[in-house]
Structure formats: C-alpha cells, structure tokens
Design a protein around this ligand. Structure first.
Ligand code: KIV
Ligand code: ZN
Length: 525
C-alpha cells in the first residue's frame, strides 16, 4: 500500500516573491495549466489581497484550472481572508492558507503583538476561514525560531478551530534536517486532532530539500515546494528534487509516493525559467542541462556501455530525452568514435587516430565540440591526401593595426625528416603565413579563391577555411583547414592544397581538369 505525499506547489506565490520576478495574469495561468499537467495536488496561486493583479490571476486560475486544489494565501486579518475566499471561490476544490508569525522577533518587531494576541488572532483567522471552506491550512510563520511550546499552543488552537493542514515554515532557512524532523515528530505527538502536517522550507543554508525530506521521514505528508526552487531570497525546496528523491529512493522512502507526472518536469522547469527570466543553473539536479551530461572519458565509456553506471535516473523519465555524451577535452576515443558512428562515419585505424588526435587538439582550445565541429574534423582529416608530404609543426604570427608594424609569420614545416623554418612578411597575417608556407614547401602559385566559414556560432566557433590554388605548373587543387584560429585554419587549408599538389606531381599526373585526382568540388566537400 503506497501513501501519497501531497505536493503543494507555491511557484506562483512564494516563487513569484523572488526578487525581480513579476508574472502577469496570462503567464500565471500558463504556468498553472502546466502545473496541473504535471500533476501537483495543490497550487498556491497567489496572495489575493496583495494587489488587484494578484487577485485577478488567482481568480482566473480558480475559474479555469482543473484538477489540483486551488489555494490562496492570506494574513490573519479577516478582510484578507474574505478577499482570499472571493478569489478562489470559483475553483472546484479550494483552500484558504492563513498564517501569522510566532517567533519572538516577528511578534515584537513586525506584528507588535503579544503572544496572547497572536494566539487569539490565529484562533479568529482559522475560525473565519472555516466559515468559508472545510479545507484550511494554518502556518506559524518563522516556526524554526519560535518558542516551541508557544508555537504548539497556537497550533493546537488552529486545529481546534478546524485547520486541516498544519504547515511548519522554516521561513528563514534556519533549520537543519535532524532538528527540523524532531520538531515535526514532537508536533505530531503533542497536537491532537485530525490534520496533515506539512513542510515549507527555505534554502538560505542550501538545506531546503534536505529539511523537507527529513520532515517527510518524520511524518509530514505534504511538502510545499516550487519549480526550480524559486522563492524568497535563496528560494524554496525544489519540486523536481523532492519528487525525484522520493521516487528514486523508494527503497528508503518506503511506501511513499507522489502523484507527479515526472515526464513533465523538464518542460515545466523550462516554462517557469522562460516566463520568470530566472535561468536554471547548468548543474541543477534533475532539470539542469548538465544533469545527464557526461564529459570524462571514463564516465562516457561506462554510460555508453550501460547507462546506469553513472546515472541514477533515466533522463527520459524527467523529460530530458537521452543521456548526453559531451565531447570535450576529457573525452576518450571510445565516445569519440561512437559519436562519429552515429553521424555515419565508421573510422578505424590510422584515420580514427588522426581524427582523434585532431579532435583532442581542438578540444583543448574549445570547451565543447558540436556535431558540426566533428563532421568538419572528419572532412578535414579524412578527405586529405593519403601520404602527406608536408605537415605544420609550428606557426606564429604577428599582426595588428598600422601602428603595430608589418604583419609577419614564422612557420616550421616538416618535409620528410627535415624541418624547414621560414619567416615572411605580408599584407596581413594570412598572407604572410601563406608566403612562408610557399617558401617552405616550394609550392608556388596563385590563390584563386579563399573563404572562411564558422562551423558553429559563438566566439569559440571553429573557422573552416576553403581555398583553391593553382600551382606555377598548372595544377589546380583545393584545400581545407579547420581551427579555432582563422590564421591557423588558413595555414592548414593552404598546406592541405600544397600536399595535394605535391601528390599530383609525385604521381606525374597532368593538371588537366579531366584527369586530376577528383573534381575540385569533391575535394572541397
Ligand atoms: O516562508 C514562509 O513562512 C511563508 C509562509 C507564508 C508560509 O511563505
Ligand atoms: Zn515561504
């Protein structure tokens, strides 16, 4: 027999109180619809007395969103409760959530009330709320810093007046798991009556989820939480983390479950992020873009063989699609060749080694390599000539504006066992580099065409240089080069063309278009 933990979503109330977030009615409705799709049990839709806009949004949600109970928050003032009721009344299932602070500091400095006045206020508020609905939640604000005995007196009054949920807010995120759980256990022992106990934990010490889950182990059967953990200051407990902890560790949370449709988690997270303008941190648990991404070679090898080696959740189960193998400098040959296979390139032996070496070299300079980058590497490495006469060992150039002097480049080109070092000046760094390569290789001629494309977007995109070159003896060749640096990409393209020209010469082939090795377009592809 499983027991349900009620998921009370406060994205639209506490979440909306995050600094800088202000959702309009339409946006709130869109989020509420998605929360219903996600399967939350209660939506705290807003604080109706706070503004006309908040009232209207709660009203609209109450009127149209089907499934979850629609809850409005209200201070203990009776007119606030009236307004709250007015806003949620159209809902099929509705709840009034009323609260008053019970900690010494709040009572003295904020409320300016004595403890007795606070107790009386709580009594009247719950009584009034109960005159509207049978579903009333009561919260002693700043519970963690309240005198425990006094807070229990107030809680007993609330239950006696008909509160059906007792929410214990760790308003300022002061609680720690064991202590918070012990308090909940004691409350359950001391307060008699029929009520559900609820957690509401803030994240000031990064403990909101841990405290909420400790509360569940202590008997809480409602968790108040928000999508992406948004909320006042450091936020609330993150709904997606609470959900996946209870589901993934069902062995530990024995017999407990939540009604959340987990496949909607990622979509909900993205919607809330987009509408609130609050980004989701990359490494955020469950919904972060790196939550199922693997970069180290050892991890990639493991995941490619068997996903569960490094994943405790199925990314598909939370709407994140598939595990991601991110190709970067920590990746191994296994993941590299696997990705190439998926892209349709089945490389082996020397071709694979050459492409992998080039990949490592580029990955050292570029954080991640996209599929487009990989395809370009393969084209660059594999479509080159078989036996390379020349290879680039070193390149250094000097450039700038007119004040920095004449552009120059120094290259070291390996020709057989020999290393040739040449320094040249030019009208730009690319020109100087090509002149230096010409002298080092002895391949002179005319550059007919030169284009640079960026393989992907961003400042770290790979430059893809394609050129056409006609040697002095009439051999027309194409060259292509790839690098994060435009000058190096140009040098590689030029050398690629020079190698082809040398190969044609070595084979004694003619330079006529009909019998040269492959058409130019093939070489460039
Ligand atoms: O953090 C808090 O105390 C609250 C209450 C209104 C429940 O948000
Ligand atoms: Zn709160």
């Amino acid at each position: 027999m499983t027991e349900q933990v009620i998921i009370f979503d406060t994205t639209l109330r506490d979440g909306e109180q995050s600094p800088g977030i202000s959702l309009n009615g339409e946006e709130k409705l869109e989020i509420a619809d998605q929360l219903a799709r996600l399967g939350v049990n209660v939506i705290e839709a807003g604080f109706p007395v706070a503004s006309q806009g908040d009232f209207e949004a709660v009203y609209a949600i109450a009127k149209s969103v089907q499934g979850p109970t629609i809850c409005g928050l209200s201070r203990s003032a009776l007119k606030d409760i009236d307004r709250c009721w007015e806003a949620i009344e159209p809902a099929e299932s509705r709840r009034i959530h009323t609260f008053i602070a019970t900690s010494p500091t709040h009572m003295e400095h904020k409320l300016r009330m004595t403890p007795e006045q606070v107790k009386q206020e709580a009594r009247l508020a719950v009584r009034h709320a109960r005159s509207y609905t049978e579903d009333v939640e009561f919260s002693p604000e700043d519970a963690s810093r309240s005198d425990f005995d006094f807070m229990c007196e107030v809680l007993q009054v609330a239950v006696d007046e008909g509160a059906t949920t007792l929410n214990i807010p760790d308003t300022v995120g002061y609680g720690v798991p064991e202590d918070y759980a012990n308090k909940l256990r004691l409350i359950r022992e001391r307060i008699s009556g029929d009520y559900v106990i609820s957690t509401h934990c803030h994240n000031d010490l990064g403990l909101a989820v841990a405290n909420s889950l400790a509360g569940v182990m202590a008997g809480a059967r409602q968790v108040e939480c928000a999508i992406n953990g948004i909320g006042e200051r450091a936020g609330n407990a993150a709904l997606e983390e609470i959900t996946m902890a209870i589901k993934t560790r069902s062995d530990y949370y024995n017999g407990l479950d939540v009604s959340i449709n987990t496949q909607e988690l990622n979509r909900t997270s993205r919607l809330v992020s987009r509408l609130t303008g609050y980004p989701v941190q990359y490494n955020k648990a469950v919904v972060g873009r790196n939550a199922f991404a693997h970069e180290s070679g050892i991890h990639q090898h493991g995941v490619l063989r068997e996903r569960t080696t490094y994943e405790i959740m199925d990314p598909g189960a939370v709407g994140q699609g598939e595990s991601q193998i991110v190709l970067g400098k920590h990746s191994g040959r296994f993941a590299f060749s696997d990705r190439l296979k998926q892209l349709g390139y089945d490389l082996e032996g020397d071709s694979l080694n050459a492409a992998f070496e080039r990949f490592k070299e580029l990955a050292d300079r570029k954080i991640q390599l996209s599929d487009a980058d990989l395809e370009a590497i393969v084209a660059d490495e594999i479509k080159g000539v078989d036996n390379q006469a020349f290879s680039l060992e070193f390149l250094e150039c000097h450039g700038g504006n007119i004040a920095s002097g004449i552009p120059s480049a120094t290259v070291i080109i390996k020709v057989g066992d020999e290393q040739r070092t040449v320094r040249k000046e030019g009208n730009g760094m690319v020109d100087a580099t090509c002149s230096a390569i010409k002298e080092a290789t002895g391949i002179y001629g005319t550059l007919n065409n030169y284009t640079v494309n960026s393989v992907t977007g961003g400042v770290d995109a790979l430059a893809d240089v394609a050129l056409r070159f006609t040697t002095e003896d009439g051999i027309e060749v194409a060259g292509r080069g790839l690098s994060t640096d435009v000058v190096e990409a140009s040098a590689r393209a030029f050398l690629n063309a020079a190698n082809k020209a040398a190969s044609v010469r070595a084979k004694g082939q003619s330079s006529s278009k009909e019998d040269r090795p492959g058409h130019l377009s093939d070489q460039l592809r």
